[in-house]
Design a protein around this ligand. Structure first.
Ligand code: PMP
Length: 436
């Protein structure tokens, strides 16, 4: 069984104290501050394959994977070499490079859902641009989003957003003008009647409905295909666009993401995370006709000094080249299913009130016995207390999960059967403590 070691965080704690002088909350992105779990954040020194080392020299098996981008694990040799080769040629030119063509070709020729793409530098930027495009294209202002979906921190979407915001018990952000929020309508997932109502109440005014490919920022809320088809049909019949935010699911569920999983053609798709192989890249894509509305071809303005950055493109090309090889996703999914099934068997044997949900190589622990969890309000905030205990016990056994129970875990192609075996033993011990 795995060693119980109350890991020393002396160095990390010191660094965190210093960081508090420099950054709000000591961090550059809120969830990193460990506000939703016990203890203080680990300062990471390096990563290799599925492993992380912190400033105190502790080693962890990583299931956060930089919140999703690292589907090939840390320090992948092919990505590292592609990036270092590019470093010697320059970091940024603000002019077109062949690398952008290569990455776009790799994506478009393997993805039946988009004909043209635009690279940006984050998921937030991709979604913000997609929303502007939808508004410019339809000449309508209102957008519809779902409770339990997170789409980055642009003003229009910080309306009852998930992830860190739910964790902090806020429903929206200060600083977003009410007039902006008025243009965003938030409804529950998995609710056809709510969709019907929104389209009848705001007839002719809705530019787009945006949904995460599979909602994975507020637990893992796997929707039924029939519901997504209903969403597709109602948007089409009302002249509204359907946006799949595939920042997590893109290149994760399959090379063609959730669109392929549902076999549904959305109007605009957004990407981030995996597309840059760990470098800051986002993208949005659509048909030639819709993308023709983006400047300089069309009237919807969108730009970026570092967009299509050559070093980031090199990382993206190296990553997606590996992912586009036959059998990659089948193998990763099989590994994940084996891992999840063993945990499920243990939970069933012990009759613990916890479930593990999974899709592709994503998994999520819900401290509830509901057979399906498809809406944000099915998650009891009190269940997060149990996650906190599990998180602490896992960390003390060298297993790094995201520091919030609303966050999903990721399996990478770098996780070995030995890693998963060690993790399984640690999860058993941690759950025994949670339900002691
Ligand atoms: N959309 C989704 C579905 C996301 O999961 C995220 C980030 N977790 C974003 C958008 C925002 O991406 P970024 O953090 O790169 O701005």
């Amino acid at each position: 069984t795995s060693q119980v070691h109350d890991i020393s965080r002396t160095k990390s704690a010191e660094l965190f104290e210093k960081a508090k002088n420099y950054f709000p909350g000591g961090v550059n992105s809120p969830v990193r501050a460990f506000k939703s779990v016990y203890g203080t954040p680990l300062f990471i020194e390096r990563g290799d394959k599925a492993h992380l080392w912190d400033a105190d020299g502790n080693e962890f098996i990583d299931y956060c994977c930089s919140w999703g981008p690292l589907i090939l694990g840390h320090n992948n040799a092919e990505i590292r070499e592609a990036v270092s080769a590019q470093l010697h040629k320059g970091l940024s030119f603000g002019a077109p490079t062949q690398l952008e063509n290569s990455l776009a070709d790799l994506i478009i020729s393997n993805n039946r859902y988009i004909e043209k793409i635009r690279f940006v530098s984050s998921g937030t930027e991709a979604v913000m641009s997609a929303i502007r495009l939808a508004r410019g294209y339809t000449k309508r202002d209102k957008i519809v989003k779902f409770e339990g979906c997170y789409h980055g921190h642009s003003d229009s979407l910080l309306v009852k957003a998930g992830s860190g915001l739910v964790t902090f018990g806020e429903t929206s952000s200060a600083g977003v003008p009410k007039a902006f929020a008025d243009e965003t309508i938030v409804i529950a997932l998995n609710d056809k009647a709510a969709l019907d109502k929104v389209f009848s109440d705001f007839e002719g005014q809705i530019a787009a409905v945006i949904i995460e490919g599979v909602p994975a920022n507020n637990g893992l809320l796997i929707q039924d295909k029939a519901y997504i088809q209903y969403l597709r049909d109602i948007t089409t019949s009302n002249g509204s666009l359907l946006i799949f935010d595939e920042v997590i699911t893109g290149f994760r569920l399959s090379f063609e993401g959730a669109a392929r999983y549902y076999d549904i053609q959305p109007d605009i798709l957004t990407y981030g995370k995996i597309i840059g192989g760990g470098m800051p890249v986002g993208a949005y894509g659509a048909s030639k006709e819709i993308m023709g509305h983006i400047s300089p071809d069309g009237g919807v303005y969108q730009a970026g000094t570092l967009s299509g950055n050559p070093v980031a493109m090199a990382a993206g090309i190296a990553t997606l080249s590996i992912l586009s090889q036959p059998g990659f996703y089948e193998k990763l999914e099989e590994t994940t299913l084996t891992f999840v099934k063993r945990i499920r068997d243990f939970i069933t044997e012990k009759n613990y009130p916890v479930s593990i949900f999974t899709i592709g190589s994503i998994f999520w622990f819900a401290f509830s016995q509901d057979e399906k969890i498809q809406t944000a309000d099915q998650i009891a905030p009190s269940s997060m207390e149990k996650y906190k205990v599990m998180h602490r016990e896992l960390l003390n056994r060298g297993i790094y999960f995201g520091p919030s129970g609303y966050e999903v875990g990721f399996i990478s192609a770098a996780h070995t059967s030995e890693d998963l075996e060690t993790t399984h033993a640690a999860i058993q011990e941690a759950l025994e403590i949670v339900f002691k």
